[in-house]
Write a new protein. Structure first.
Length: 300
C-alpha cells in the first residue's frame, strides 16, 4: 500500500516526458520520482495504433506499481493519455492517474488574435480527446492543427548523437521549419497565429528552434507546470504528500530520482544529463513486457 514516502511514477513513450518531470521537480522538491521511458517502442504517436498504446500503458502502470509501489502515476505522453487513460482508470481505479493533453483551453483564453497553432503527433491530432477540446473551445479561437510526423523521433535521436554546439542545420530544426511553415502565418496581426500549443511533451526541447523561427512575440504553451500543480492537489487530497524534511529544498535532487528506459541506456543518460543535469548513475535499463511476464532491471 503506497505511503507519503512512496515515489511518484511518470512515463512517456520516450524522453519527452522529462520536461514534465522537470516541472514536477520544481513543484514537489521533497518527493521521490521514478520515470520510465518506453523508448524501445517509441514513438507512440506516429505509427502505433490505439490497441498497442493501451497495452503498453497498462503494462507499464502494472510494472511501476509492482516494482516501485508508486502512489500516483503521471502519463507524460499526449498520445498515451488520449488512447489509454480512461481504460487505465477503469482497470486500476485504486491508482490516481494524471494525464497530459494539449493546452487548447488556456490557449483559447490567452490568444489575442484568436488564432492558435497546435503541433502534436498524428495520433494526438486525430484523437477524439483533441476533437472534443477543439469543439468545446472553438468559439473563442480558431485552432490550426499540425501532425508533426517524425519530430518526436528526431528529438529522441538527438540525444543519441549530440550535435556540434553551433550546428543549425539539424534534423529537428528542419522539421520545426517544415511544420511551422505549413501551419501558416504567425504574428500579431488579424488572422495570424500569436500562440503555439506544444502538444507533445518532446517538443519543449526544441522550443529554442521554434523561437528562432517564429520570433520573440509568439506565445508557447505546454503542460508541464499545470500537470505538476494538479499532481500536488491530488496528493494533498489523499494525504500522500511527502513530508518536508528540509524546508530549504527547492528542487528535487538526483538521489530522489530514478530514470528507466526500455531502449538505449546511453540515450537516456545523455538526455538526463543534457536536459535535467542528472548523472548517468540515475539511469537503468528495464524490460517491461506484456502482462504476466517477468520484468528485469539491469543497473547502469
Amino acid at each position: 500500500m503506497p505511503t507519503p514516502q512512496s515515489p511518484i511514477g511518470i512515463f512517456d513513450s520516450g524522453v519527452g516526458g522529462l520536461s514534465v518531470l522537470q516541472a514536477l521537480r520544481h513543484e514537489l522538491p521533497h518527493e521521490q520520482f521514478v520515470y520510465l521511458a518506453d523508448s524501445g517502442n517509441a514513438p507512440y504517436g506516429d505509427a502505433r495504433g490505439d490497441a498497442f498504446v493501451q497495452e503498453r500503458t497498462l503494462a507499464i502502470a502494472r510494472y511501476l506499481r509492482q516494482q516501485h509501489d508508486i502512489k500516483i502515476l503521471v502519463i507524460a505522453c499526449n498520445t498515451a493519455t488520449a488512447a489509454a487513460i480512461e481504460l487505465l482508470r477503469a482497470q486500476m481505479p485504486e491508482l490516481p492517474v494524471i494525464g497530459v493533453e494539449p493546452a487548447i483551453k488556456p490557449a483559447s483564453f490567452s490568444s489575442q488574435t484568436h488564432h492558435v497553432g497546435v503541433m502534436a503527433t498524428r495520433a494526438t491530432v486525430s484523437s477524439q480527446r483533441v476533437a472534443r477540446l477543439v469543439a468545446e473551445h472553438g468559439q473563442r479561437a480558431e485552432f490550426h492543427l499540425m501532425a508533426c510526423d517524425g519530430l518526436a523521433k528526431a528529438i529522441e535521436r538527438s540525444t543519441e548523437q549530440p550535435l556540434p554546439e553551433n550546428a543549425d542545420a539539424t534534423e529537428t530544426r528542419a522539421l520545426c521549419a517544415k511544420y511551422t511553415e505549413a501551419l501558416g502565418s504567425f504574428g500579431q496581426k488579424t488572422g495570424q497565429m500569436d500562440t503555439l500549443v506544444l502538444g507533445c511533451t518532446h517538443y519543449i526541447f526544441v522550443k529554442d528552434d521554434l523561437r528562432a523561427l517564429l520570433g520573440p512575440d509568439i506565445q508557447f504553451l505546454d503542460t508541464g507546470a499545470p500537470v505538476a500543480r494538479q499532481t500536488r492537489r491530488m496528493l494533498e487530497q489523499r494525504a500522500l504528500l511527502a513530508p518536508e524534511m528540509d524546508t530549504e529544498l527547492h528542487f528535487a535532487q538526483p538521489a530522489q530520482i530514478q530514470l528507466m528506459t526500455t531502449g538505449a541506456l546511453t540515450a537516456l543518460q545523455a538526455a538526463g544529463e543534457r536536459w535535467l543535469e542528472l548523472p548517468a548513475s540515475c539511469c537503468t535499463h528495464v524490460s517491461v513486457p506484456s502482462a504476466n511476464t517477468a520484468s528485469t532491471e539491469v543497473p547502469a
